[in-house]
Every structure is written in structure tokens, then in C-alpha cells.
Design a protein around this ligand. Structure first.
Ligand SMILES: Cc1ncc(COP(=O)(O)O)c(C=O)c1O
Length: 419
């Protein structure tokens, strides 16, 4: 069959049927990352993961501009063969220290940071992965050679069954998000590392959504629990207000991956502007903990405001707030109506989630105002009533409030239960 045939038959009407006509929407302007111009109207942006509200911060912008002035816009090639800036190494050193790891490698995206794991996944090995992990962790399993064992979302019993029925001497790696990017719940890292210890497995944690949000210093789920996985990966596009990725862990593992992962060897260096922006954001993250407090406070009010209206925000206790709407048609209809009512949310439908698990994901940042939160809740109320998803008789008399997960003092800084 003609290899292009599938492209010809992928018409606009099919895009509409799958709801993917909601993707790639053009935003013509942004205002401090909290509002955007969309379809000629200025509306609240509630779909960005700039959790600490630093993407528009003057100091972060200045750092990016200074790097462009000094180094230009691109290094024009791979760090391996076209030269790597001291700036890249500075970011790697600071991220490694911040994450409590020996060493780190910075990549042009978080997706690529996860693909870096491929050389660890050999043919006789096994890789265990939470069903709700980010797509890039699925992708590295396809890229590696290890046999895949998926466990039900956050189900430690299922993981244990899979580990127990896997050949004892085989190499084993467990992959998990720290905060899950759709459900917004937090991985049970202590249970995961305990199981890993018992079955001689290593844990890799993707902290894209928990870096900057969880832990006394904001270093993520590992710091929150006081447990260190073997490796931590993260996108730099969320709390670090940039674009890029990092993988951090023992020096010998990072060195091996740098020289064996094609995603590092054969890709252009992260741009100087992005590296400088992440460095500036990392410093602000550590010196202004009030930003973390602000995003957590807003998230708690967002969860509870939605719940008071009659919405369900699932098992999340974090700033990733999923509004459970179930059903692709409804999800997309509500997404459009919310845009008209002044709020840009993220419609999570297939392939972002499995069919039947659709949610409107809402995320606010430390830069959002109380007034913007009010506008968002008013829009959800109006659209929910029009859609018939909120009770006509009025909001529920009672609802189960969410207590957001806040920093606690870490119980231990030991390297945990590594084999
Ligand atoms: C959990 C998680 N991991 C990895 C990534 C990929 O990061 P990037 O967008 O920098 O490629 C994302 C981004 O959406 C993510 O949410």
C-alpha cells in the first residue's frame, strides 16, 4: 500500500471526529504567562506548567537575553562534537546538587532526557512502568531492548506480582512519574523503592511536575519523601521556565549514558538562551520559596472551588488539577465553551489519556491573581450548568475538601533502598 495513503485519508472531518481539531490552537499573545490572546479575546491561561510563574520574570528574561547577546541563538550542532558551553556544565552541576545526585546531563527537551535511558535497557532486562507514566517513558521502552511489564496505576500489589514472577537474576528498572501529569497524584516512592530493594531493581523517577512544587527545597518527590531513586529526570519547561531536560544520577551512569545514548550524541546542544533561563529560574526557585507557597495555596483553592461547585478533581493533591468530565465529546464541548467563557484549559483526550478517562486539566501558576481564579471558577460554573454536569438544584451541601501536599521536613537523605 502507498505509504502516504493514510495521510491523504486523514481529513479535516476525521480531525473533528477525534477532537484533535482542538490541538495546535494559535495563541497570538501572552501576558505574564497568566493570560493569552486567543481567537481575538484576552482570556485566562490555565493550561501551562510554568508553576512558579517564572517564564515572564524579568530576571529570567534578562538571563536568556544576555546569553543570546554573548553566544548567539544556537551552537549549530551536537555538544559531543561541536562544542559544549561552560553554561551547560554550570546548569548540570547546579541541577545535580539541587536534586541530591552526583552528576547530571542537560538535553534539549524533557522527552529526550527520558530517551537517554535506552542504553540501560538491555535485551535480557525487564522494565516495569506505571500505566499512567508520561508518553516519553513509554517511548524509551520501545527504543530500548528490555522486556516491558506495565503495572496498574500506582498499584504496588500489581508491581510486586510482576517483580515476583520475573526471573530473579534479570536486570530490572522501575519507571514512574513523581507527580502524574494527567491524574495529578503523587507516586508512592517509599513503597516503590522498598519493592525495588527487595527485588534488586533500580528506580527512575520523572520529576517534571514535582520539581519546584514538592519537597522542603522544591527538589521534587524524592526530596519530599527523603528517598533517592537511582536516576531523576525532568523537563525544564515547567517550574524552570525554560525548554530542555535533565537526567541526574551517579556520575558513572551519567557518563555512560552521555557516550551511549543516541539522543545525546546526535542532537543539537540545548540553546544558550534556554540554559541561561533555567539557571536563573533555578536560583529564584531556591531563594523565593514563597512562590511555591503561592502556587500550592492557589491550587488548594482551585481544587476546593471546583469541588464546591460539584466537580470531581480525582485523587490529585497537587497543582495538576484534573476535572473529571469523562467522555470525549463532552470534554471537547466543554473545552470550547470554557474558551468562550474566558478560560483556556487543557483537553486531555485520546491519545493523551485512554478512552473513557477524559479530563480537562487545569493548572495555575504562582503568577495568577485571586481575580483570575475567581474568573476561572465562574466560567466553570456557567459551563457546567449549561452542560448539565453540575446539579441544577445548586451546589452540593457538602464535599470532600482537598488538602494540597505541602513541604514537610524530609525524614532521611539517605540514598534509600537501592540494591
Ligand atoms: C512527566 C513529563 N515527562 C516528560 C515530559 C517531556 O518534556 P518536554 O516537553 O520538555 O519534552 C513532559 C512534558 O510534557 C512531562 O509532563
Amino acid at each position: 500500500m502507498d505509504v502516504w495513503e493514510k495521510c491523504r485519508s486523514w481529513t479535516a472531518s476525521q480531525l473533528q471526529e477525534t477532537g484533535q481539531d482542538c490541538y495546535y490552537q494559535v495563541i497570538s499573545d501572552t501576558f505574564d504567562g497568566t493570560e493569552v490572546t486567543f481567537a481575538d479575546r484576552r482570556i485566562v491561561m490555565a493550561a501551562s506548567h510554568d508553576y512558579l510563574g517564572l517564564s515572564a520574570d524579568q530576571r529570567v528574561r534578562e538571563a536568556a537575553m544576555a546569553a543570546v547577546r554573548r553566544f548567539g541563538t544556537s551552537l549549530g550542532g551536537s555538544r559531543a562534537i561541536s562544542g559544549s558551553l561552560r553554561l551547560h556544565e554550570q546548569l548540570e552541576e547546579q541541577l545535580a546538587q539541587f536534586l541530591g545526585q552526583e552528576s547530571a546531563a542537560v538535553l534539549p527537551s524533557g522527552y529526550q532526557a527520558n530517551l537517554m535511558l535506552a542504553p540501560l535497557l538491555d535485551k535480557d532486562d525487564y522494565v516495569f512502568s506505571d500505566l499512567s507514566n508520561h508518553a516519553s517513558l513509554d517511548e524509551v521502552i520501545r527504543l530500548g531492548e528490555a522486556k516491558e511489564r506495565k503495572f496498574l496505576h500506582s498499584n504496588m500489589k500489581h508491581l510486586e506480582e510482576l517483580l515476583t514472577t520475573t526471573r530473579a537474576g534479570a536486570g530490572k528498572t522501575i519507571l514512574s512519574d513523581g507527580i502524574f501529569s494527567v491524574e495529578g497524584d503523587i507516586c508512592d516512592l517509599p513503597a516503590l523503592t522498598q519493592l525495588a530493594g527487595r527485588h534488586s531493581a533500580y528506580v527512575v523517577l520523572d520529576s517534571s511536575h514535582d520539581l519546584g512544587v514538592l519537597g522542603p527545597k522544591g527538589a521534587g518527590a524524592a526530596e519530599h519523601y527523603g528517598v533517592q531513586p537511582l536516576l531523576i529526570t525532568s523537563a525544564l519547561s515547567k517550574s524552570l521556565a525554560s525548554v530542555g531536560g535533565v537526567i541526574a544520577g551517579p556520575a558513572e551512569v551519567i557518563r555512560y549514558l552521555r557516550f551511549h545514548a543516541r539522543t545525546s550524541l546526535f542532537t543539537a546542544a540545548a540553546s544558550p538562551a534556554n540554559v541561561a533561563a533555567a539557571l536563573a529560574a533555578l536560583e529564584i526557585l531556591q531563594t523565593e520559596p514563597e512562590r511555591r507557597q503561592r502556587v500550592l495555596n492557589l491550587a488548594e483553592r482551585l481544587h476546593n472551588g471546583l469541588r464546591a461547585l460539584g466537580y470531581d478533581t480525582g485523587a490529585s493533591t497537587t497543582p495538576v488539577v484534573p476535572v473529571l468530565v469523562r467522555g470525549r465529546e463532552r470534554c471537547l464541548r466543554m473545552w470550547r465553551k470554557l474558551c468562550e467563557a474566558g478560560v483556556f484549559t487543557a483537553p486531555m483526550t485520546y491519545p493523551g489519556v485512554r478512552a473513557g478517562r477524559e479530563v480537562l486539566r487545569v493548572t495555575l501558576t504562582a503568577a495568577h491573581t485571586d481575580t483570575q481564579l475567581e474568573r476561572l471558577l465562574n466560567a466553570f460554573e456557567a459551563v457546567g450548568l449549561a452542560e448539565g454536569v453540575l446539579p441544577e438544584a445548586g451546589p452540593p451541601r457538602e464535599y470532600a475538601p482537598v488538602r494540597i501536599t505541602r513541604p514537610t521536613m524530609a525524614t532521611s537523605t539517605a540514598r534509600g533502598e537501592e540494591p
